[in-house]
Structures are given as structure tokens and as C-alpha cells.
Ligand binder design. Structure first.
Ligand code: FES
Length: 575
């Protein structure tokens, strides 16, 4: 036992008075004998299991393996539930509740007698919400991801989460497949425990956990149902006890270097645009002032090495079999693109952990000299249409549209889009720029994944497969296209996006990082004078709190009063 400082759990369990009785006695009803309170590290296992979060449905099993690891290392494991966010279930969007879940995590960790915590996370928002909450407490922490599902297989062909949903629903609408076949495909796509197995947001964030050093090596890609996922969980359980003894708090792992590594790895994997808001939010909780421009500065000129859906053809199971994230990290580090000496939770540096990683499938993970896609980092756009920034994923965009001027076709809301997009009378052509308003953090509310607007059928029939699309929304990590996202300030906050009208010329120039509304300032001022904010979505409750306090996308869409950390101290007893 280190003598650096007493474990925080001693403030509960070392007491030999009335309060000590309270703190120990009620736990003894579960069969914990007196020796469990002898000063061994108390480890929380923060579980996001829920039947309403199908991607995390195997977390009871993973929690048991963590528990065994903690016990083997001489710790005292206590599992606890937190709010779980199921991406496919929650309406209007799971993102609305990311910050609420982070508050649950933060307060649950701080208020309880925990010396360290293992975070179990899988589905998209369960990763950032848990990391954000834990960062604001800053005790020793290890993230354990649940792992991706096995590859989907439909009629002998691999299919990917999300990525193939749209094509199949189009086939159903066109009468090319029956309803029974459609239902069969639903089971074929998601046929095992785990999160989406494309390089969508869940896989991206699992990679971020590993790249940040907050997870064990190999955390990102081991399939959920592979026994090695259980081994990793057990190792994490053992290791968290040592981290407590070594007093390695999360802030010693989540340094600026770690976030810079994560940004570069995100480019290397062609990761989801959602990582931008999540990493900024996590960083600012722990005290690292990560900015939107860091993404462009660090990701510019980086290549995507992995051929995974939605940009490519393989799936996470293939990525794992190819060697997984360690290969990408090794390759980027060899180019001098990573901080190799960044410390990770297993006690070794990122460079040491991944130096000897081997690639077993070079068609899945390419080398830096012959990458899958060049210049794959997130591009940050600015201009009078997004003074505080907007983003685009160049690797998912059409090269012909990277420099483009077109006239705006404006949708004033998501309902307006749904009402008119299928109308053959819609005045739109292949040079148009689609603009969707009021889908940002305050506007939707929750900044839903609706930025990759569907293309109008009248253009699809003519073979048009992409248009420039601009909004203040996010985009699913499983989607692609020339889609400008996260425009800030958003329309509902009075951003210039609110002032765009049908027929306005808009110029996108990704090489110049520019997004310009070709309307003069005097006219914009006239429009602003008549603009009125939308009616608020809620008069009470969490949604009102969220709308009143949510920050814009460039600041991570956290609640303003949650930025930063409060530490782990709780001086007062409860009775
Ligand atoms: Fe859970 Fe995709 S729906 S990760």
C-alpha cells in the first residue's frame, strides 16, 4: 500500500463510530465480512447495462470479469448502475441526454466510497457521458468498452450497422424486396452482442478510449462475444487496483498530449465526426482546453489507414483480425505523428504498448505510405455562415463538391424537410446546396444526427448521389456525403444559418476552409432585424435546463456549468 495519501474510502469505512456502523452495516447484508473494510481499494464498476441499450446487453457478464480481476488484485468491487443511453431507442436523440448521464456518473462516483472506477461503455453516448462524468471527479479510472458486434451477414454478404439500413429501406420502397425479407435482414444485421460494427461513433469512441490511454491496449476492436474481451475486462479489474495504489488519477492520463494523440488516431481510422464534440467536452471537463481548431491543425494532411464501412468495405471484426488499433497507432507513431511517451492506464506509454503491433491483413489496415484515403482529418470551416466554425469529413465527401457554389434550398425544420423532400415539384438540382435549420443543440433539442439529409428522389432517379448539405446538426458515424455539420452558432441561437433564404448563393471551399453565404452585410442585417427565435421546446425539467445552458458545438455541447472538475472531496457525513 502506498503511503502517498489515504484512500478516500477510509472516510467511510475506517470510522469506528455511529457513522462507521452506517457505512459498513448495510453492506454486510450482501455478505461482505468485516475484513473487506480493512483498507483495500474500493473499486466501482460503473455499468450501463440496460435492455433499452441493446449494444450494452452483455455488460453484466463483463462486469463479472472486472469483478474477478478486482478481487484477484486484492480490491473490493462494488458495481453500480448509471443512466444508459440507447442510441436507437431514445427520442428525440440520445445526445440530448449525454450531459444528464454524465451528471449521474459524476455524482455517483463522488458521493460513494470509491477509490477507483472501471467504466463499462459501448453504445455511442455511453462512452463520452461516462468519461465526462469521471473526468469531473478525477479518481483512478479505466474504461472498458463492450466491443463491436460480429459482422452482419445477409444472403451471404457482409452488411454493416446503419450503413446498409438506408439501402434496404429504399429497396423495400421500390418493391425490390418483400417485407419478410426486410424483417429477416434486421436480424441478419445485428446478430450478436456488442455495439455497431462499422467505424461509426461507438467504434470510434472505443478507439478514442484506447488512443487516449484510458483503456487497456486492444480495447477498441475485440468483438463483444470473443473471449478475449472477457480477458481484457479481467485485466482491467486487476489493473485498476494497482492504479489506485499508485495514485494514478484520470488527469494523469487525459493530458493534452493524450487528446492530441486521439485526434490524430481519429484521422487514421477515418473516425466519426461525433468524436469532435465528445473529445472537446471530455477535455474541458478534465481541464485541457481543447479547441475546434486543434482538430484541423493536428488532423490536416493525415491519412485514413483502415478500409472500414462507412467509407470502406470491411467491418470491426475484420479490423480486429487485422491487428486492431495497435497497428494504426504503431504506424502513426512511426511517422512521428504521436506523443509516444503519453502514459496509459496499464502503466506503459502508448509507444511502448504498440511498438510491436503486427498487421495480419494489410488490405484492411494499410500503411501510411499507401493509405486507404488521403487527407482524412476533420476539416474546420469558417466564414460568415459559421463564424464559430463548422466541420466536414473530407474522406466521406465527393471530391467534385469540395469547392462548390450553389443556390440554397432551405428547410426551416426537420418536419419541413420530411414534408417536402419526396415532392417531385421541389425546386432543386444537382448544383443546389441543401440547408437545414434548427437542428443544433438548442434547436432540435440535442443536436440530432440528421445532418446527412436524404437526397430528393427526383435527383436520385437521375443518378445524383451527393449534394452539398449544411446544417447545425450532427451526422451518424455510419453515414457519408459532402455534409457540413455543427455550424456554430446554431440557428436557434441566432446564428447566421437562421438567415439563409431559398436561392441565396453559398460557397464551400474545403481547401480554403471556407463556408460563405454570398449575401451582403446590409441585407443580412435587415433579415436579422425581423428574425425571431423559435418557441422553446420545454417549459420545465431537464430539457429546459439543457436548452438554457447547453454550449454550442464548437465548445463540446456540454452544459456551461458542467465544464471543469470538482474533484472527489465530500467533507460531510449523511447523518
Ligand atoms: Fe449502439 Fe450503434 S446503436 S452503437
Amino acid at each position: 500500500m502506498s503511503d502517498k495519501k489515504p484512500l478516500r474510502s477510509r472516510a467511510w469505512f475506517a470510522r469506528q463510530d455511529k457513522m462507521g456502523f452506517y457505512y459498513r452495516s448495510w453492506l454486510k447484508n450482501r455478505g461482505f465480512p468485516q475484513d473487506q473494510f480493512d483498507g483495500r481499494p474500493v473499486i466501482g464498476i460503473c455499468n450501463t447495462w440496460s435492455e433499452l441499450t441493446p449494444c450494452n446487453s452483455h455488460f453484466r457478464t463483463i462486469a463479472e470479469h472486472v469483478r474477478w480481476g478486482v478481487l484477484e488484485a486484492g480490491g473490493f468491487p462494488l458495481e453500480f448502475p448509471v443512466m444508459s443511453l440507447g442510441e436507437t431507442m431514445l427520442r428525440p436523440t440520445a445526445m440530448l441526454y449525454r450531459n444528464l448521464a454524465s451528471m449521474d456518473v459524476e455524482e455517483s462516483i463522488r458521493a460513494n466510497p470509491l477509490d477507483g472506477v472501471v467504466l463499462l461503455m459501448g453504445c455511442d453516448k455511453t462512452t463520452p457521458s461516462l468519461l465526462m462524468g469521471a473526468a469531473s471527479v478525477d479518481i483512478p479510472t479505466i474504461g472498458v468498452s463492450g466491443g463491436p458486434m460480429l459482422r452482419g451477414i445477409h444472403c451471404g454478404t457482409p452488411i454493416g450497422s446503419g450503413t446498409n439500413v438506408i439501402s434496404m429501406s429504399e429497396q423495400l420502397r421500390a418493391g425490390q424486396i418483400t417485407l419478410a425479407e426486410f424483417h429477416e435482414a434486421e436480424a441478419d444485421m445485428h446478430r450478436s452482442h456488442g455495439h455497431c460494427m462499422t467505424m461509426g461513433t461507438a467504434s470510434t469512441m472505443a478507439c478514442m478510449v484506447e488512443a487516449l490511454g484510458a483503456g487497456m491496449p486492444g480495447n477498441a476492436a475485440i468483438p463483444a462475444v470473443d473471449a478475449r474481451r472477457n480477458l481484457l475486462a479481467r485485466e482491467a479489474g486487476r489493473r485498476i487496483v494497482e492504479l489506485v495504489r499508485e495514485d494514478v488519477t484520470l488527469s494523469k492520463i487525459l493530458t493534452r498530449q493524450a487528446f492530441e494523440n486521439a485526434i490524430r488516431v481519429n484521422a487514421g481510422i477515418g473516425g466519426s465526426t461525433n468524436a469532435v464534440v465528445h473529445l472537446i467536452a471530455i477535455a474541458r471537463r478534465i481541464g485541457v482546453d481543447l479547441a475546434l481548431d486543434d482538430w484541423d491543425r493536428l488532423g490536416r494532411d493525415l491519412h485514413c489507414l483502415v478500409d472500414l464501412m462507412p467509407s470502406g468495405k470491411y467491418l470491426m471484426e475484420d479490423f480486429f483480425e487485422a491487428g486492431g488499433l495497435p497497428v494504426v497507432i504503431r504506424e502513426l507513431a512511426a511517422q512521428g505523428l504521436l506523443h509516444r511517451d503519453a502514459m496509459t492506464v496499464n502503466g506503459h506509454t502508448l509507444g511502448d504498448n504498440n511498438r510491436d503491433a503486427r498487421c495480419f491483413k494489410p488490405d484492411v489496415i494499410r500503411g501510411f505510405d499507401a493509405p486507404f484515403k488521403r487527407d482524412a482529418g476533420i476539416a474546420v470551416l469558417r466564414g460568415n455562415l459559421a463564424p464559430d466554425g463548422a466541420i466536414i469529413k473530407p474522406s466521406a465527401a465527393s471530391p467534385r463538391l469540395m469547392q462548390h457554389t450553389g443556390r440554397a434550398v432551405v428547410f426551416e425544420s426537420i418536419e419541413d424537410l420530411h414534408a417536402r423532400i419526396n415532392d417531385d415539384g421541389l425546386d432543386i438540382d444537382e448544383n443546389s446546396v441543401m440547408v437545414l435549420k434548427y437542428c443544433g443543440p438548442k434547436g432540435y433539442p440535442g443536436m440530432a444526427e440528421v445532418g446527412n439529409m436524404p437526397l430528393p428522389p427526383k435527383l436520385l432517379k437521375r443518378g445524383v448521389t451527393d449534394l452539398v448539405r449544411i446544417s447545425d446538426a450532427r451526422m451518424s458515424g455510419t453515414a457519408y456525403g459532402t455534409v457540413v455539420l455543427h455550424a456554430a452558432p446554431e440557428a436557434a441561437a441566432g446564428g447566421p444559418l437562421a438567415l439563409v433564404r431559398n436561392g441565396d448563393a453559398i460557397t464551400l471551399d474545403v481547401a480554403r476552409r471556407s463556408l460563405h453565404l454570398d449575401v451582403d452585410d446590409a441585407e443580412l442585417s435587415r433579415r436579422r432585424a425581423t428574425w425571431r427565435p423559435p418557441e422553446p421546446h420545454a417549459a420545465r425539467g431537464y430539457v429546459k435546463l439543457y436548452i438554457d445552458h447547453v454550449l454550442q458545438a464548437n465548445d463540446g455541447a456540454d452544459l456551461d456549468f458542467l465544464v471543469g472538475r470538482s474533484g472527489s472531496a465530500v467533507p460531510r457525513d449523511n447523518h
